[in-house]
Design a protein around this ligand. Structure first.
Ligand code: ZN
Length: 310
C-alpha cells in the first residue's frame, strides 16, 4: 500500500453535470476557488461537451477564465472530441480528460459514438493537444462492467489501455461509472492490467451507486493504486447511468486515508468546509458523512455523548 496518494477532485464536473437546475457560473467559480485552497493538486473544473448534450456545463469557457488559478494545481476538464479539445486548449486547461467506455452501448448513449469511434476521437484529441501546454489524461469508463451489457471485454480494455499509453497519457483512470464493481473485481482487474502493462500508471474513478465505493477504493489502495478521483460532498453522478449516484466522497475518502496514516497533502478541515459550501450552493444535504459526523479523531465532551447502550 502507498503511504502517499494523490486525489483529484472531479465534483465541479462529474458532480455538477447531472444537476437539473443550472448552478450559476459565479457559484461554480466560488466552489473551485475554495477547492484550490485545500491542498488538492488536481481539480476537474468543467467539461467541453456540446452545450446541448450537457447544458449544466455550457459555461465552460467562462468558468475556466473566471477561476483564480493557484500555482501547483493542475486544472482539468472533460473533453469528448477534437472540437472540445480545441476549446479546452484555448481556455488554458492543463489536463484534457478523455473517457471512452469499454461498452459500445454505454458509449453510444454517453457520447453518441461507438467505442471504436470514441478511440478515434481520442487520437484526434491527442493531436490537438500535441505541442500545446495541455496534456491528455486517460479514462476508461465502465471498466468493471456495463449496466446495459454486463461484463466488458478484457481484450478490448487491453487495446484501449495500450492506445492511451501510446498517446502518452500519464495516468489512466479506470472508471466504475455505474457502481457495479466490488473489491474483488477491482483487485482482479487492476492485477490483470498491471501484469500486461507494468509501465501503466493506473487510477480509480469510483461511483458509490451501491454503497461500496469506499470499499472499492480500499481494494485499490491495497493494490498500490496511488491516484483516485472523488467528488466533494459525494455530489453528482452520470446523466446516462441508470439511477446515477455520485463519486466516492472526497472528504470521506481523505478522512479514511489520514486515519490510516496515508498522506494526501490535503487539509481535511478546509475540505470539509468546502463540502458544506457545496451543500449551501445546491440547497440540499449531500451524501458526505464526515461533514455531518465530524472526524473520528475529534473527541466529544462526555455530557454531549449520551452513548446508547441497548
Ligand atoms: Zn463518473
Amino acid at each position: 500500500m502507498s503511504r502517499r496518494i494523490e486525489i483529484s477532485e472531479v465534483g465541479p464536473r462529474d458532480g455538477l453535470q447531472i444537476e437539473r437546475n443550472f448552478v450559476p457560473t459565479e457559484q461554480k467559480i466560488a466552489l473551485i476557488d475554495a477547492l484550490s485552497k485545500t491542498g488538492l493538486s488536481k481539480i476537474e473544473i468543467t467539461g467541453f461537451a456540446h452545450p446541448k448534450v450537457i447544458p449544466q456545463l455550457a459555461d465552460a469557457e467562462t468558468v475556466a477564465a473566471g477561476i483564480r488559478r493557484a500555482p501547483g494545481i493542475r486544472y482539468g476538464a472533460f473533453v469528448p472530441n477534437a472540437r472540445g479539445a480545441e476549446r479546452a486548449v484555448a481556455a488554458g486547461i492543463d489536463d484534457l480528460k478523455i473517457g471512452v467506455a469499454v461498452s459500445d452501448s454505454f458509449n453510444r448513449l454517453n457520447v453518441r459514438m461507438t467505442t471504436e469511434q470514441g478511440m478515434q476521437a481520442i487520437d484526434e484529441i491527442a493531436r490537438v493537444a500535441r505541442g500545446t501546454q495541455s496534456r491528455i489524461v486517460g479514462g476508461i469508463a465502465t471498466a468493471f462492467g456495463c449496466p446495459y451489457e454486463g461484463p466488458v471485454s478484457r481484450e478490448r480494455m487491453h487495446r484501449m489501455l495500450a492506445q492511451l499509453l501510446e498517446l502518452g497519457a500519464p495516468i489512466v483512470y479506470l472508471a466504475d461509472t455505474t457502481g457495479v464493481a466490488n473489491p474483488d473485481r477491482i483487485r482482479r482487474t487492476v492485477e490483470d492490467l498491471r501484469a500486461a502493462f507494468p509501465q501503466a500508471e493506473l487510477g480509480l474513478h469510483l461511483h458509490n451507486t451501491r454503497g461500496i465505493g469506499i470499499a472499492n477504493a480500499l481494494a485499490g489502495l491495497d493494490c498500490g493504486i496511488k491516484h483516485f478521483e472523488g467528488s466533494i460532498g459525494g455530489l453528482g453522478g452520470c446523466p446516462f447511468a441508470p439511477r446515477a449516484v455520485g463519486n466516492i466522497c472526497t472528504e470521506d475518502f481523505v478522512h479514511m486515508a489520514h486515519e490510516m496514516g496515508i498522506e494526501t497533502g490535503i487539509d481535511l478541515d478546509a475540505l470539509i468546509a468546502v463540502a458544506r459550501q457545496a451543500q449551501e450552493i445546491l440547497g440540499r444535504p449531500l451524501p458526505g458523512m464526515v461533514m455531518k459526523s465530524g472526524k473520528a479523531s475529534e473527541l466529544h465532551a462526555m455530557d454531549a455523548a449520551r452513548v446508547k447502550v441497548d
